[in-house]
Design a protein around this ligand. Sequence first.
Ligand SMILES: [Mn+2]
Length: 358
Amino acid sequence: MQMTMRWFGDKFDSVKLWQIRQVPGVTGVITTLYDIPAGELWPLERIQALKKEVEDAGLNIAGIESVNIHDDIKIGRSTRDKYIENYIRTLENLAACDIKLVCYNFMPVFDWTRTDLAKVRPDGATVLAYDQKVVDSIDPQTFFDQTNDNSNGYVMPGWEPERLSHVKELFEAYKDVDEETLFNNLVYFLKAIQPVCEKHGIKMAIHPDDPAWPVFGLPRIITSKEKILRVMKAVDSPFNGLTFCAGSFGSNPKNDLPGIIRALPGRIHFAHVRNLHHFEPGVFEEAAHLSSDGSFDLYEMVRALYETGFDGPIRPDHGRAIWGEVSMPGYGLYDRALGAEYILGLWEAIDKSEKRLK
Ligand SMILES: [Mn+2]
């Protein structure tokens, strides 16, 4: 296991590499070329420069989150092969820089969805929160505009204005794409990239849908243990793997998080470990990582990762906004650092007690 933090690049992130370097036990970042639109080729020189920047700061690139998938691939348009070709060449360029973990998602139009980016908790911290009633009462364009207006001026992952400036047209394009079509388009994409993944040892790690049910009538296909297992079986290769995301799967309280981890030994390549507090079905907020602050048992989650031999990067995913920090919502330094230390503490305790028993 390697503890990491997500970093969006110097131009886009309020947090600096030197600050991440000072978080004990955090040895790498999960990063991206944030300014390259989905579907375009990542130039080798840009990846080399990014790698040098991270390594000069005393960290490594543990993986990419994300190389985004062009909507034409998800929709299944005839133009998809051109975008898949770009994707393959991007994977080759990443492999040439020894970067061999790629997180991506297959959500139509909207990436992750929250209805409040700064919900105030009793202690004064603010967190991202979700209320299905708000989503049900609003049209997608208004929702998109509100989300961007409340992002502290940062461009948020999955909410890139150039892509989402045409929400209506995107919805129109997806109108004939149901769950089965989306699943088949995912399998088509995965089969097309398999040869390059196998050749270079690139682990693909699909991120679950967040929240884990359809929003605004758009299909969602990575929402439960059964559904992710179907994707794993459709392309049964270790290079077709999962990003286990506690907050995404856990948005549905029916999902047994340690159970999902234990069902996928060897296929989880990357983990987002955090906590949510559920109020009622469809209404939750992002809690602190500590088990007692939310609805999840972080000990059981980390234990399941440990016992299934997980050896990829973990990141503490989102954090609360605390101590006056202003950042991209969910991506401040302070609370993610607290989360990283807590997860590292759980891991050390489990590791040492296991070894003592032997
Ligand atoms: Mn996640």
